[in-house]
Design a binder for this molecule. Structure first.
Ligand code: LLP
Length: 421
């Protein structure tokens, strides 16, 4: 569910007409709904009701300070994967004890910064990383709280580029080696084992792969406890998918996911952490663009937008589908035509949709890409010297620009020309 609906014939974000935002900030832009962000966070929080738990928003999905502050103020923790994300979470006021640090390549500098600034736990992904953690913690005279991310060798049945839980993926430690790695960890003076971590992939549309992974985690918890480790926290990762089309079947709901967690792991009495990103931010954001030209080609027609693959890379990168709807509500029963919907960037990959049925959208009219709140703005670039597009946050009938569009001069002035030129 989201808070983007037509009112008086115009698509609104909560109570703000998108036409009003477009008039003020220009197109293209991203717009987020505060109510949707909070609703999705609370759905997860409530789904784990009755268990000691923390929802750590995977901020890689959308990491604007205003979004982090919205969620952080509501009580969310954060899952970070770089020193930059750690700093952003802290800058948004999230305390270290609510931040978990994931990622396969944490550098020594990143580890040091997190240990100094305060951290709930590191999700360790390799033995060499654990060595560095141990050494840095000892240098700082502290202990690094850790879970080991185990790779359960489970097929998440999602797009190959976002599946992470198979043995051939770069993530985690093979679950078969876990006992050995925990034994090594327990002998390290700078390491404090607090639990187990698992994350098998993103945009999962069924519960079964989670169930397989969580059962393996439950067994491992008992084994490690029998070995004498104090496993008191389970980080179950993120990955619950969202409906990208209104038409197709809906993925499981957070409440069903929560019930699965209780069923598979509830008896262990552990504190539960989850790291949802997409489900919190995805349907809380739209990308709004304007039609520049309607072009008739050989046997097909093109809608050429002022947004491009550099603004929303998901269709080009993962063949992802985003619903694209006109901002002016089309009259009921109006005739639709098939278009290829493209951006102005000079490559054929700059195609958002092929043969998509659309009502008439003349040049100058606005269209909205649904489900663009997660992995949209954060993955954008300035390819073709197209400025990063602004981000706007709506709350009820108010809106604010939360990241401004840079000017072309600002972009040019970021470069420096060496003295010999
Ligand atoms: N935790 C870890 C350790 C992760 O690697 C990820 C996502 C998450 C949590 C959050 O997963 P989510 O709940 O958002 O599915 N750019 C891709 C998605 C990459 C996901 C990477 N890891 C896309 O646009 O589909």
């Amino acid at each position: 569910m989201d808070h983007f609906t037509y009112k008086q014939g115009v698509l609104h974000a909560e109570d703000v007409p998108l036409t009003e935002i477009a008039a003020q900030v220009g197109t293209p832009f991203y717009v987020y709904s505060t109510a949707t962000l909070l609703r999705h966070y609370r759905l997860f929080d409530e789904a784990l009701d009755g268990m000691d738990h923390l929802v750590c928003y995977a901020m890689k999905a959308a990491s604007n300070q205003a979004i982090l502050k919205t969620l952080g103020d509501a009580g969310a923790g954060m899952d970070v994967v770089s020193g930059g994300e750690y700093a952003r979470a802290k800058a948004a006021g999230v305390p270290g004890e609510r931040i978990v640090f994931s990622g396969v390549g944490k550098t020594e500098a990143e580890i040091r910064a997190a240990l100094e600034g305060g951290i709930r736990q590191f999700n360790v992904e390799s033995e060499p990383e654990m060595d560095v953690l141990n050494r840095v913690a000892l240098e700082l005279g502290t202990k690094a709280p850790i879970t080991v991310r185990v790779n359960p060798d489970v097929d998440a049945r999602t797009h190959a580029k976002i599946a992470t839980g198979k043995s051939e993926n770069k993530f985690g430690i093979p679950i078969a080696r876990a006992r050995e790695v925990y034994a090594i960890a327990s002998r390290m003076e700078g390491i404090e084992v607090v639990g187990i971590d698992v994350h098998i992939g993103s945009q999962l549309t069924e519960l079964e792969p989670f169930e397989q992974a969580y059962q393996k985690v439950a067994e491992l918890t008992e084994t490690l406890r029998a070995d004498g480790h104090d496993i008191r926290r389970l980080d179950l990762g993120g990955g619950l998918g969202i409906p990208y089309t209104r038409a197709n079947s809906a993925p499981p709901l957070p409440v069903e996911y929560g019930a699965l967690i209780k069923r598979t792991l509830g008896h262990l009495g552990c504190e539960i952490e989850i790291e949802p990103g997409r489900l919190i931010a995805g349907n809380a954001g739209l990308m709004v663009a304007a039609v520049v030209y309607v072009k008739s080609g050989e046997g097909r027609d093109f809608l050429i937008l002022d947004a491009a693959m550099n603004d929303l890379i998901r269709p080009a990168m993962y063949d992802a589908h985003h619903d694209i709807v006109p901002v002016q509500e089309p009259a009921a029963g109006i005739e639709q035509r098939a278009f290829d919907i493209v951006g102005p960037v000079c490559e054929t990959g700059d195609t958002f949709a092929r043969q998509r049925m659309m009502p008439p959208v003349p040049p100058g009219s606005l269209v909205a890409f649904r489900s663009a709140g997660a992995y949209g703005a954060v993955m954008s670039s300035e390819y073709n010297t197209r400025p990063l597009i602004p981000e706007v946050l709506v709350k009820d009938d108010q809106f604010a620009v939360i990241r401004a569009r840079p000017t072309i001069d600002e972009i040019i002035n970021r470069d420096s020309v060496p003295s010999w030129l």
